[in-house]
Design a protein around this ligand. Structure first.
Ligand code: RP5
Length: 164
């Protein structure tokens, strides 16, 4: 164990344009994370070893992003009981709908928590990972609560005058 709590994996380097939104949130909260390319179809052996070693390495959550026929989140979930959050990436002419359906339609018994397509989903996956870690970390929960309050205050202080 090296202290890493969240694994952020993605099927291709090209997915990082989206998945960096998750990394940015984890950095903001000071959560120890790692980010790697792990492809279900191009590096299947790496995917298996990554998933099978996740729990003993101390990972508490895995965020997995992929585009197209996005097997990665479901395959990782099949190989570990560490919670997996899936992020659909728009990488084909189907603009992420293919990936969303691939990830969200897991058969009963092996869940993947599925987020929205794209950067919003990646950011929310990280916020959800933080919330999961915060169930046993008071300092993290306080940071999350403060972030929500800051977001609320921003909205309450906004004026429509600036956009008219
Ligand atoms: C998927 O194919 C990856 O997750 C990525 O979203 C998509 C395209 O990959 P590249 O051709 O850009 O490497 O496996």
């Amino acid at each position: 164990m090296d202290g890493t709590l969240v694994g952020v994996v993605m099927g291709s380097r090209s997915d990082y344009a989206v998945m960096k939104a998750a990394v940015e949130i984890l950095r903001e909260f000071g959560v120890p994370y790692e980010a790697k390319v792990v492809s279900a179809h191009r590096t299947p052996e790496l995917m298996v070893s990554y998933a099978q070693s996740a729990a003993e390495r101390g990972l508490r959550v895995i965020i997995a992003g992929a585009g197209g026929a996005a097997h990665l989140p479901g395959m990782i979930a099949a190989l570990t009981v560490v919670p997996v959050l899936g992020v659909p990436v728009a990488a084909t002419g189907l603009q992420g709908l293919d990936s969303l359906l691939s990830i969200v339609q897991m058969p009963k018994g092996v869940p993947v928590g599925t987020l929205a397509i794209g950067a919003a989903g990646a950011a929310n996956a990280a916020l959800l990972a933080v919330a999961m870690l915060a169930t046993t970390d008071d300092a993290l929960r306080a940071k999350l609560t403060a972030r929500r309050a800051a977001t609320r205050d921003t909205v309450l202080n906004e004026s429509l005058d600036e956009v008219t």
